[in-house]
Write a protein that binds this ligand. Structure first.
Ligand SMILES: [Zn+2]
Length: 416
C-alpha cells in the first residue's frame, strides 16, 4: 500500500536550487502515436486492420502479416506481470536522482509484451496488472503498470507523482475568483489538498457574490490581479511568483457577438486584452519563476493550465469574436508549452463547450456546470494529461473536428 504523502518541510532558501534533469526524450515519429493518446488520457497501441494483431513497439508494418494498415486503438491494458527488477544504478541523470526505480515486464492479454515503470503497489510477479500510458516530465508517453485494485493513497506513489501534477500540498494561483468557474475551481483545489490557493481579483474593493464563501476557507488568500494591466501582473509575480507551483489562468471575457451584429472593435479588443494579451502578460511574468523551481522535490512547480474553449478549434459565428480570441490564446499556449517543456513544466489546455454561465444563457442544454469543469481540471492535473475536452458538447465537437474540420465549419455556419 502507498504511504500517504507527508507535508514536506519548508524549502531551505540558503540551499542551491536544484536544476531539472529531464528523462530521455527522443522518440521516433511513429512512436508519437502513444504520446498523442496519452496527452488526452488514453492508452493506445497500433492494431492491424487485416489480421487484428496488436503491435508493440510502434512500427510501419504489421509484424505478423506485413500489412501497412495499422490503426491506433484504445487498449484495456489488462495483463500479467511476468518479471520485475529494481534499478539501483543508472547513468541517466534523471533516474540517478530518483533511485531506486522499479521496472517490470508485462504480457498484455491483447498480445504484446512491454517493459513498464511499476507503481509501488504492484507486488511480486506473477500478478495481474493494468498498463496505462502517462506523460513524463518531457511530455513523452511512458507506460506504467498499475495494481488492479489500488489503495486510496495510490496517487501519492513517488514514481507516479513524477509523472503527474497532483495539486495535493501544492500552491496554486487561480487568476479570477469572481466567476462561478473560478470559485468552483478554488473549492475543488482545496478539496484536492492544495496547500495555498491565491485567488486573483481584478477589483478587490468591489463586493462580488460567492467570494466571501471561498475567502472563508483557511487555504485561500485573495490577491489583486488585473490581467489587462501589466504592472498589476508584475507586482503580483514579484510577491508570489517564486512560490507558485501551479498557475490556472481562468480569467476570460466572453461576449456574444459576430462581426455584423455590433459596430466597432471595443468588445473584440476587451476579449483579446484578457483572453490573449492577459495570458501573454501572465506567462512573461510567472513563466520564468515556475521554470526555475521544477526540480523542487514532491512539491515542485509542475503545471500551467489555460482555460480555452472548444470554439478555439473552429469559429462559432454567434460567439465569433470570442472564438477568435480563444484561437489566438490556443496558438500562444502551444508556444508556452514548447518553452516550458525543457524545464519539465506541463502546460494543460482545457477546451470546454458552453459553460452554464451568464454568457451562454441563450444556448440550449447540455451545458457544462462550473463544478463539472473544475473537477475535470483537477483530474487533468492528477492524471498529468495535456489536453482536456470536458463535457458532452466538447467531446462531440472534437470528434466532428477530427473527422473533418471543413464539414464542422459548414455545420457551425448553419447554426450548429
Ligand atoms: Zn497484420
Amino acid at each position: 500500500m502507498t504511504m500517504p504523502l507527508m507535508r514536506p518541510k519548508r524549502k531551505n532558501p540558503v540551499l542551491r536550487t536544484q536544476q531539472m534533469n529531464l528523462p530521455p526524450a527522443q522518440r521516433g515519429r511513429v512512436a508519437l502515436g502513444i504520446t498523442a493518446a496519452a496527452a488526452e488520457g488514453r492508452f493506445e497501441l497500433q492494431q492491424c486492420e487485416d489480421c487484428g494483431t496488436v503491435q508493440y513497439p510502434p512500427r510501419e508494418a504489421c509484424h505478423k502479416c506485413l500489412s501497412a494498415r495499422l490503426r491506433w486503438r484504445a487498449q484495456s491494458g489488462e495483463g500479467e506481470l511476468c518479471a520485475l527488477t529494481t534499478l539501483h544504478h543508472s547513468n541517466d541523470l534523471f533516474f540517478r536522482e530518483r533511485l531506486p526505480w522499479r521496472l517490470g515486464l508485462v504480457k498484455l492479454d491483447a498480445g504484446p509484451t512491454l517493459v513498464v515503470h511499476l507503481h509501488g503497489e504492484v507486488g511480486e510477479a506473477p500478478a495481474r496488472v493494468r498498463v496505462g500510458a502517462r506523460l513524463d516530465r518531457t511530455g513523452q508517453a511512458v507506460l506504467i503498470g498499475f495494481p488492479n485494485e489500488g489503495s486510496p493513497h495510490m496517487a501519492d506513489d513517488k514514481m507516479l507523482r513524477e509523472m503527474t501534477s497532483d495539486p495535493k500540498f501544492r500552491k496554486v494561483l487561480v487568476t479570477d475568483g469572481k466567476t462561478p468557474v473560478g470559485q468552483a475551481l478554488v473549492r475543488a483545489l482545496v478539496q484536492a489538498g492544495a496547500d495555498i490557493v491565491w485567488v486573483g481579483h481584478a477589483e478587490p474593493w468591489k463586493k462580488t457574490g460567492g467570494l466571501e464563501d471561498i475567502t472563508a476557507l483557511p487555504q485561500v488568500t485573495l490577491v489583486p490581479l488585473d490581467l489587462t494591466n501589466g504592472r498589476s501582473v508584475t507586482e503580483l509575480a514579484g510577491e508570489i511568483g517564486g512560490k507558485v507551483d501551479i498557475v490556472i489562468n481562468n480569467a476570460e471575457v466572453h461576449r456574444t457577438f459576430g462581426i455584423g451584429s455590433r459596430r466597432g472593435t471595443d468588445v473584440a479588443k476587451a476579449e483579446m486584452d484578457i483572453n490573449y494579451f492577459g495570458l501573454l502578460r501572465l506567462a512573461q511574468e510567472f513563466g520564468p519563476a515556475l521554470k526555475g523551481r521544477s526540480a523542487d522535490g514532491v512539491t515542485s512547480a509542475t503545471a500551467w493550465v489555460n482555460l480555452l474553449s472548444v470554439y478555439a478549434l473552429s469559429n462559432f459565428p454567434p460567439h465569433g469574436t470570442f472564438s477568435a480570441s480563444k484561437a489566438a490564446a490556443y496558438s500562444l499556449a502551444q508556444c508556452l508549452r514548447a518553452e516550458m517543456r525543457p524545464a519539465g513544466i506541463r502546460v494543460i489546455n482545457v477546451f470546454p463547450g458552453p459553460i452554464d454561465d451568464e454568457w451562454n444563457q441563450h444556448m440550449p442544454p447540455p451545458k457544462l456546470a462550473p463544478a463539472g469543469l473544475a473537477s475535470a481540471i483537477v483530474k487533468a492535473l492528477r492524471d498529468g494529461v495535456e489536453d482536456v475536452y470536458p463535457g458532452d458538447v466538447a467531446q462531440e465537437w472534437l470528434e466532428r473536428w477530427r473527422d473533418n474540420p471543413k464539414v464542422l465549419e459548414r455545420e457551425l455556419a448553419a447554426g450548429g
